[in-house]
Design a protein around this ligand. Structure first.
Ligand SMILES: NC(=O)C1=CN([C@@H]2O[C@H](COP(=O)(O)OP(=O)(O)OC[C@H]3O[C@@H](n4cnc5c(N)ncnc54)[C@H](OP(=O)(O)O)[C@@H]3O)[C@@H](O)[C@H]2O)C=CC1
Ligand SMILES: O=C(O)C1=N[C@H](C(=O)O)C[C@H](O)C1
Length: 266
């Protein structure tokens, strides 16, 4: 049985995670965390998903983490890094789904993984992780004469762009082609842009309504176009993946992993 702490428990993913943990026979909700000042502090975490569970939401991270097995964090980069410092100190493993980290912040996560096991992935769904493999194949086969564009769409509340998943898709394709994404990414276009340079990977972002998460990578050639698309219709897919990642960490003391490791796709 794994004792799980959920950070950002009243958020969109926090609620999906409470449900996913409650449905896992090998996991139990050990603590639910919110920021100080949140109206949810002191409330029963289960009430957020319509079924009280006796775990009261706390704003004390150290108290929540002490004695737990895995800390699941889908919050914001600054919150995740604060939680990570405590998890590292207390020897508690982490599943990190938060997106929007800078390169320096990602290095901090890698450093913490020397001491604790961490699964860090911008997308915990099995389907998206399969598309990463498909993209690798597509990029290697369509490596000449095809323009590559990544298009993503998310709900109106999302604060980072492009999505972490879109960026990872770009990285996968760039790596398969022997390119460095930092050198070839084009983030949006406006005005007189000139013709498209063939070595670039373009990104386009859509934000609106309640779109859970759509991603398409387009390989546009002359006379044909291949599109690899994933559409998430429920956050349960990410939450179930995160709980699976927590179980994966069970037998691992330290190390940095992603969902390719968890799903055996490496
Ligand atoms: N890897 C994956 O599979 C997925 C990743 N995500 C990522 O997860 C993250 C959360 O998404 P979502 O649930 O939609 O966001 P929400 O805004 O709905 O929830 C975020 C939660 O984190 C809390 N929070 C925000 N800032 C901090 C902080 N500095 N310290 C502690 N807690 C904080 C919020 O509290 P408050 O309400 O007080 O602000 C809220 O409870 C995003 O980065 C998103 O991209 C989302 C889906 C899938
Ligand atoms: O913020 C979201 O909602 C999502 N964020 C992740 C990302 O940035 O890739 C994953 C998913 O698409 C939902």
């Amino acid at each position: 049985m794994q004792n799980i702490v959920i950070a950002g428990s009243s958020g969109r993913m926090g609620r999906a995670l409470i449900e996913a943990v409650s449905m896992s026979p090998d996991a139990r909700l050990y603590a639910a965390l919110e920021r100080a000042g949140s109206v949810y502090v002191g409330k029963d975490a289960g009430e957020l998903v319509g079924s009280p569970c006796g775990v009261m939401i706390t704003d004390d991270p150290a108290k929540a983490i002490a004695g737990s097995d895995v800390f699941i964090d889908f919050t914001r980069p600054e919150g995740t890094l604060e939680h990570m410092a405590l998890c590292r100190q207390l020897g508690v493993k982490m599943v990190i789904g938060t997106t929007g980290f800078s390169e320096d912040q990602k290095l901090q996560i890698a450093a913490a993984a020397q001491d604790i096991g961490i699964v860090f992935a911008p997308n915990m769904s099995a389907g998206v992780n399969l598309t990463f493999k498909l993209l690798e194949i597509a990029a290697k086969v369509l490596n000449e004469g095809f323009d590559i564009e990544v298009v993503e769409a998310h709900h109106r509340h999302k604060v980072d762009a492009p999505s972490g998943t879109a960026l990872r898709m770009g990285e996968v394709v760039a790596q398969a082609l022997g390119r460095n994404l930092a050198d070839c990414a084009v983030y949006g276009r406006e005005g007189v842009t000139g013709e498209r340079s063939p070595s670039t990977i373009g990104f386009a972002t859509v934000r609106g309504g309640d779109i859970v998460g759509d991603h398409t990578v387009m390989f546009a050639g002359i006379g044909e176009r291949v599109e690899i698309t994933h559409k998430a219709s429920s956050r349960a897919t990410f939450a179930n993946g995160a709980v699976r990642a927590a179980h994966f960490l069970g037998g691992r003391k330290n190390g940095l992993y992603d969902m390719q490791d968890v799903l055996g796709l490496r």
